[in-house]
Design a protein. Structure first.
Lengths: 431, 502
């Protein structure tokens, strides 16, 4: 079932706690066991995730580029038509770089949901919004905040936000945005750092929007390929992601703001910030691994040292999250699960109806499927990093294979923590 | 009219046992439902100003002094309604796939009829017959449908309650023989003129006999084993109805027939009640099994009833009767919920249970109702437990201040063990490794919801709880207050506010 085979004789077996998983990774597999049930779950969830993601990337791009420093952004989640109609740059016939075969326009299921919502009735947009019958942009913002809060995770994007060049660019945009508004300009004079920090946050909005713009068509295509019978194993799904990562790795990460028809390049494309190193890797680190201990109903006692003093030690992300109590640690699973619930493919709906409490606990069941799927995405990132930094899996030099081994073991050391779900996802009955 | 409450369920029991009925549970529910409605109708006919009413009389074995004499008053009417409600709840909450269903439901209906007969009997021997009739069905209900160690528990229950019956029979026979009466009629034996020491001896038999049934410490050792071993419906009946039969017996036959001796023993009874309250609460704190914890809580709460009876003021006695009803309702909801938790989670161990309040994978409504039950038991205002306990304490303080204050401490201890129970069971983190519980069906929620609504309603509208018994308890207090001993026990005459209800 794996795509490649480990030259078993060249190096001794691993003695790591997760030796079986390391051997699987060395054989070109994923941290997620390769079973048809796992494949069905992760592909179904990718599809259910991609639809709201198609909204998220448009929404955060709109906030970073148009809403910008609006002091009363009451309607920032109301996607302007120009962003709803915005063509994806990596899918569709008019794509800048067509990597994936899907359409450039917003997904039909998303458009239908935006029009009628969960109530299946066309009502004023404000009513849908207040009834929370909408895509939860709060989830997208939580992901952005995780990235922004855990700054300094490597790459050049984050240090650039403290550079004089960035400050000058931001200053120009701030002054342009508040032109003719002496009150806000006065406030800016008094508290320049506060405004600058807001712009840094908006740069992370832009970063995240560009990251998700890539990921949405990836997941749509994986779903289509699975439906067509062209994705048949978990490693195939992982390798599709690895190949996608490399295909898109060099795409630019930038922050442009549009004020009165004029574009202000706060982070110009010319800085050469790359999608893989400045968006994908920080995103995985911040959202999959770290996030923050302030989510949902699970409380942590900082005084009792339940919260590490070093943010690098934070492990509250989806790879560690306990999704049983909905609204618990990690990325706010309640909101994302609620969003994904609207777009589950029929086969996954049927699957959930056969287990646990059927429809009553579908939010948790799909949350656990999401956890499985994110372990697969993380596997893809680990394999991509190994490809970029180390040696091929079929290398015949034992030293190279040992270097790969050490890399995998170091990566999996992070899942030795008791709250990590790596052990759980090895079991099919974890649902 | 009253006979219906006895014979309709018994006929139902016979029909279920011997006729080829396809759905015995449905039939049992119908029979118990009609009986409950009938008891409510009897309540609607109740005259609040009169004592014994709706009397029925049928000569039976007159040479033995045994006649079929029934009547209802403010002491028995609330308990009749409680019996009707809890029987229906017990049948409803039984498992759909209960083994030997015809025998199970017929035994429950038989118990219901016998208990109603005991509450209504106005003849000591007739009471005794009904009192004994429920013994064997309960033994079978515990031993056939019980859980772990059910045979041991059933045998222990049988031995204790058989001893209880013997002591009560000895007291009844002693009273009639020593009095030289030619009848066991209750009214005829009231106002007897036995020497006080003889009254004290006979009252002691009554107290120990019914004290076993309640049970009071140290006569309680059958209770934890029996309550824990019994299935949920049977535990509801044991704690909700049978224990009340013991308390009813103490008031009806102890206080009613031996008021002078009662007044003499009152300080000792109040102390006994206090020891029971503190013992029950303290032992409950130490429990690791939530069903056993609830069982021990019962010992503590039944102590309040004895305290109210011992103080013998209008308020305390009304409170004692109210506590019988309140405790029956609260214990029933707690046992039902504990049963649901056990059936879903597969354990009753405090060290294992956790996080059941989880909204999706836990048992959130069951947990919420368990919290309500715990609050009611701990005497939180707005719930029926508060009304009953407050009346008892308010009525008893002027007579037995030390014992009353210690019982108030017992209420605090109740809050302690319920906080332990609720904190460990409902709150905290749901364990991922075990949290695959089946969902709770609405069918399983209905009994708890009915009981919760009743607990809440009677908590905010206590008139519906106490008005039935005001006249009767006032008569009992008036008959005893003239006794010098109780007057001596109180240092000063009782203030008007504590001798009459507002």
């Amino acid at each position: 079932m794996t795509t490649q085979t480990l030259p078993q004789t060249l190096i001794p077996p691993s003695t790591h706690e997760f030796a079986d998983i390391i051997h699987r990774l060395e054989a070109g597999g994923s941290m997620l066991p390769d079973t048809p049930e796992n494949l069905m779950q992760i592909i179904g969830i990718y599809k259910a995730y991609a639809v709201p993601m198609d909204f998220y990337w448009r929404g955060v791009s709109s906030i970073s580029g148009r809403v910008f420093l609006n002091p009363l952004p009451a309607f920032k989640y109301f996607l302007p038509k120009e962003y709803l109609d915005l063509h994806n740059h990596y899918a569709g016939d008019d794509a800048d770089l067509r990597i994936w075969r899907g359409e450039a326009t917003a997904h039909p299921e998303l458009l239908e949901f935006m029009e009628k919502g969960e109530v299946k009735q066309k009502l004023p947009k404000l009513f849908h919004h207040l009834w929370h019958d909408r895509i939860n942009m709060e989830f997208a913002e939580a992901c952005m905040r995780a990235m922004f809060w855990h700054r300094g995770m490597g790459g050049q994007f984050d240090p650039y936000l403290d550079s004089e060049e960035y400050k000058a660019n931001a200053d120009r945009a701030i002054r342009a945005y508040f032109r003719g508004n002496p009150a806000m300009l006065g406030l800016y004079q008094l508290f320049p750092d506060m405004f600058l920090e807001q712009v840094r946050e908006l740069s992370y909005y832009a970063n995240l929007g560009l990251f998700w713009e890539v990921m949405a068509p990836v997941f749509f295509e994986m779903s289509d390929l699975y439906d067509e019978g062209k994705l048949t194993t978990v490693p195939e799904a992982m390798n599709f992601l690895v190949n996608g990562i490399f295909a898109i790795a060099g795409r630019p990460i930038y922050h442009h703001v549009y004020i009165q028809g004029e574009c202000y390049e706060i982070i110009p494309k010319s800085k050469g910030f790359m999608w893989l190193y400045e968006a994908a890797l920080p995103y995985v680190e911040a959202v999959f691994y770290r996030t923050s201990p302030f989510r949902g109903t699970k409380s942590y006692n900082a005084q009792a040292k339940q919260v590490p003093t070093d943010q690098k030690e934070f492990h509250y992300g989806i790879l560690y999250a306990d999704v049983f109590p909905v609204g618990s640690a990690g990325i706010p699973p309640t909101l994302l699960m609620q969003d994904m619930l609207h777009f589950l493919p029929p086969y996954l709906l049927d699957y959930y109806k056969q287990h646990c409490r059927n429809e009553d606990d579908m939010l948790i069941q799909l949350g656990i499927s999401f956890q499985r799927s994110m372990y697969n995405v993380t596997s893809a990132v680990i394999q991509a990093l190994r490809t970029a930094l180390l040696y091929p899996l079929d290398d015949t030099n034992p030293k190279h294979l040992l270097a790969n081994r050490q890399f995998f073991e170091t990566q999996l050391d992070r899942f030795k923590r008791p709250e990590a779900r790596l052990r759980d996802i090895q079991r099919q009955d974890y649902r | 009219m009253l006979s219906t409450l006895i014979w309709f369920p018994i006929l139902g029991a016979i029909a279920i046992a011997f006729l080829p009925l396809r759905q015995p549970k449905l039939v049992a529910l119908t029979v118990s439902g009609i009986t409950l409605l009938w008891s409510l109708w009897v309540a609607s006919q109740f005259d609040f100003t009169d004592s014994l009413q709706l009397q029925e009389y049928l000569p039976w074995l007159e040479t033995l002094g045994l006649n079929y004499q029934l009547g209802v008053d403010g002491l028995s009417l609330p308990l009749l309604m409680l019996n009707g409600l809890l029987t229906w709840i017990a049948i409803y909450s039984s498992q759909e796939d209960v083994k030997r269903p015809r025998l199970f439901y017929s035994l429950i209906l038989l118990v219901s009829g016998a208990v109603a007969g005991a509450f209504l009997a106005q003849n000591l021997l007739l009471f005794f017959l009904f009192y004994e009739v429920e013994l064997v069905p309960f033994y079978l209900l515990i031993s056939i449908w019980g859980g772990e160690k059910c045979n041991y528990a059933a045998t222990k229950f049988l031995l204790y309650t058989a001893l209880s019956g013997t002591l009560i029979l000895v007291a009844f026979l002693g009273l009639v023989w020593l009095e030289g009466a030619d009848s066991f009629a209750y009214k005829a034996l009231m106002g007897q003129s036995l020497p006080q020491w003889l009254q004290i001896v006979l009252l002691s038999f009554i107290l120990v006999g019914f004290g076993i049934k309640i049970p009071l410490m140290p006569l309680h050792t059958w209770l934890p084993d029996t309550y824990v071993a019994a299935s949920t419906p049977v535990a509801i009946l044991l704690g909700g109805v049978l224990a009340k039969l013991g308390a009813y017996g103490i008031f009806r036959f102890g206080l009613g027939l031996f008021p002078e001796a009662w007044a003499t023993l009152a300080p000792g009874l109040a102390t006994w009640a206090t020891v029971s309250v503190l013992y029950g609460a303290t032992i409950a704190i130490a429990q690791k099994d939530i069903k056993r914890m609830v069982a021990y809580s019962s010992i503590g709460h039944m102590g309040y009833i004895l305290l109210g009876g011992a103080a013998l003021t209008d308020l305390s006695l009304v409170g004692a009767v109210a506590q019988m009803v309140a405790h029956g309702l609260i214990l029933a909801i707690l046992f039902h919920l504990v049963g649901v938790i056990e059936s879903k989670v597969g354990t009753r161990e405090l060290d294992v249970l956790n996080g059941l309040m989880n909204p999706v994978r836990g048992l959130p409504l069951v947990s919420a109702l368990l919290i309500l039950g715990g609050m009611a038991s701990a005497g939180i205002p707005g719930l029926v437990g508060f009304i009953a306990e407050f009346l008892v304490f308010q009525g008893s303080y002027s007579v037995f201040p030390v014992q009353t204050l210690l019982c108030v401490v017992g209420t605090g201890l109740t809050a302690v063990y319920f906080v332990i129970l609720l904190n460990r069971t409902c709150f905290g983190k749901l364990d991922n490794a075990i949290a695959y519980f089946p969902k709770v069906e609405w069918r399983e929620r209905v009994p708890a919801l009915i009981l919760a609504i009743t607990i809440f309603f009677l908590g905010i509208q206590p008139t519906w709880l106490v008005r039935w018994s005001e006249s009767t308890t006032h008569t009992m207090v008036s008959a005893t207050l003239a006794q010098p001993t109780i007057a001596q026990a109180a240092d000063s005459p009782l203030p008007a506010s504590q001798t009459s209800l507002p």
